[in-house]
Design a protein. Structure first.
Length: 317
């Protein structure tokens, strides 16, 4: 047997042994977190400051939550509003709130399914990078499985998000703020065929959640770009581990730069990069500025998910 083949076999054996050990631990973690009937809310078991460190120490937990509780078949409602038909067939569409949303198959029903394992690049692909799957797992953690699996009752225009923040901030009592979570989505309405913008490349969904001390968390991953844990590391480097109200308002202004765009300019690309840590001018193999359709701008929407429970005295492991 050639040495290269022997090395591949040894590497493969080690890889799957490690994978099996991880799977057993992660599965036990999930069963403990959500209880025997799956109805416990993990966020209620630990103090607010403990949530992100908990995820940092369990990089595979996102995938395990998706594997155990995510719906794995059917059609995916496009939270980013943009997918449309990719194979010249009619897609089911449903009007929810301000928007008519298209449906398609992408990551299973509601996008809960992480991308497949890839032994060639095991790190990110084992952890998972699909934005909608990360959002599902974190919704389940903060709001419960039932709420995470539920279809959104209404989609609100992104332009009202700033008011949403202000209204909930005014509800603070004795310095304690309401702990809400919303899911946000950005994208175009149409794809315009193979010659178009490839809107799925620009679409994205993520979570914003409020902490009881008045700070916020911006929680995301990006398909084929970075995992949730890698995003946490970057947020630390940026001084955005948690966001002040001023920092959140800055992000809201960057979102307005994207939704107000009539052309894909360096300023627009910079706003996308700062918000989502993806340089679309660099990542795409065609010039977005040349393909941009001013009649199909980026749109922003958000969905209220829950006012998640807090426990300032929790000491869960």
């Amino acid at each position: 047997m050639q040495p290269d083949n022997q090395n591949r076999i040894v590497f493969g054996c080690i890889f799957f042994i490690v994978l099996a050990c991880w799977y057993k631990r992660a599965t036990n973690d999930v069963a403990t977190m959500f209880g025997k009937d799956g109805k416990d809310i993990p966020a209620e078991k630990r103090a607010p400051a403990e949530h992100i460190p908990f995820f940092e120490n369990r990089p595979y937990l996102i995938r395990e939550i998706c594997d155990k509780y995510g719906v794995k078949s059917g059609s995916f409602r496009s939270y980013a509003l943009n997918f449309g038909s990719t194979d010249n067939t009619e897609r089911r569409r449903e009007t929810i709130g301000d928007y008519t949303l298209p449906w398609l198959d992408a990551g299973g029903d509601k996008g809960h399914v992480m991308e497949d394992f890839d032994a060639e690049t095991p790190g990110a692909h084992i952890v998972g990078t699909r934005c909608s799957s990360t959002a599902f797992a974190l919704k389940a953690y903060f709001c419960g499985v039932e709420q995470a699996q539920a279809s959104p009752s209404a989609a609100f225009k992104g332009s009202s998000f700033s008011k949403f923040v202000d209204v909930h901030r005014a509800l603070a009592t004795d310095g304690q703020h309401v702990t809400w979570m919303v899911q946000m989505g950005m994208g175009n309405n149409h794809r315009h065929g193979d010659a178009g913008l490839k809107a799925a490349g620009l679409s994205h969904t993520w979570l914003v959640t409020a902490l009881p001390d008045g700070h916020y968390m911006w929680l995301q991953s990006f398909i084929e770009q970075y995992t949730f844990q890698q995003w946490i590391d970057l947020a630390k480097q940026r001084g955005e581990y948690t966001l002040t109200l001023k920092q959140l308002r800055h992000k809201i202004k960057l979102m307005e730069v994207l939704t107000d765009a009539v052309a894909w300019t360096p300023e627009v690309n910079a706003a996308y990069l700062e918000l989502f840590n993806v340089d679309m001018d660099f990542e795409t193999n065609f010039a977005i500025s040349e393909r941009w359709d001013p009649n199909d701008p980026l749109q922003l929407a958000y969905w209220w998910i829950c006012d998640w429970p807090t426990n300032t005295n929790a000491t869960a492991a």
